[in-house]
Design a protein around this ligand. Structure first.
Ligand SMILES: [Zn+2]
Length: 178
C-alpha cells in the first residue's frame, strides 16, 4: 500500500497542475513579477498548446499566417503557442490589448463551430456548416429546395391567373346579362 502511494495517479497530477496554473493566474500581477515560465506538465500538454496555436494561426490571412509560422519555426525557434501568447502579452504590455484587430471573416468560424439543420424539408439532416449562413447540407439539397420553391411560385401564379380569369369571366358575364 505504502509503495503504491509514492506514485500519484495521472488524474491527481493533472489536477495538481490545474491548481498550480489557476493559482498562478490569480497571484501573478504581470507588471510586478514579470511573466513566470509556464511549466508544461508533459510533452502532450505542450504539444496540445502547439496544436491549438497552429489552429489559431491558420485563421489568419495566408501572408500573416506564413510569416507567423516562419517567425516561430525558423527565426525565433520557439513553439508556436509561445508566439501567440507572447503576442498577447506584448499587446498587454504596450497597452493595446483592448484594441485588437478583428477580421470580419472570423465571425463565420464562430458560426461554423455549431450544428445546423438542412432547410430542405425532405432532407432535414443536421450538419456542421462550413460557411456563415449555410442553409443546406449539400449543393444538391440547395438546388432541389430552390427548384421546389420556383415550382411552388409558378404554381401559385398559375392558380392566381386562373382565379383572375374566372372572376373576369363572371364579371364579363354579369355585364353581358345586365
Ligand atoms: Zn440536406
Amino acid at each position: 500500500m505504502a509503495k503504491k502511494e509514492t506514485i500519484l495517479p495521472s488524474e491527481v497530477i493533472e489536477s495538481l497542475g490545474e491548481q498550480m496554473r489557476e493559482d498562478k493566474t490569480e497571484v501573478a500581477p504581470p507588471t510586478d513579477k514579470g511573466p513566470e515560465p509556464i511549466q508544461p506538465i508533459n510533452d502532450t500538454y505542450s504539444g496540445s498548446l502547439d496544436d491549438a496555436a497552429s489552429l489559431l494561426l491558420r485563421q489568419l490571412v495566408p501572408a500573416v499566417r506564413d510569416y507567423a509560422f516562419e517567425l516561430c519555426d525558423l527565426t525565433l525557434k520557439i513553439p508556436r503557442w509561445q508566439l501567440v501568447l507572447g503576442a498577447v502579452l506584448a499587446q498587454f504590455e504596450s497597452g493595446t490589448l483592448q484594441a485588437p484587430s478583428i477580421d470580419p471573416s472570423w465571425r463565420q468560424i464562430e458560426v461554423a463551430v455549431g450544428v445546423s439543420t438542412c432547410k430542405y424539408v425532405k432532407c432535414g439532416k443536421t450538419f456542421p456548416p462550413k460557411r456563415f449562413g449555410q442553409s443546406y447540407c449539400s449543393p444538391q439539397c440547395g438546388n432541389l429546395a430552390r427548384k421546389e420553391e420556383i415550382d411552388r411560385i409558378n404554381k401559385e401564379k398559375a392558380h392566381d391567373l386562373k382565379i383572375r380569369k374566372h372572376i373576369e369571366s363572371i364579371e364579363m358575364g354579369k355585364v353581358a346579362t345586365s
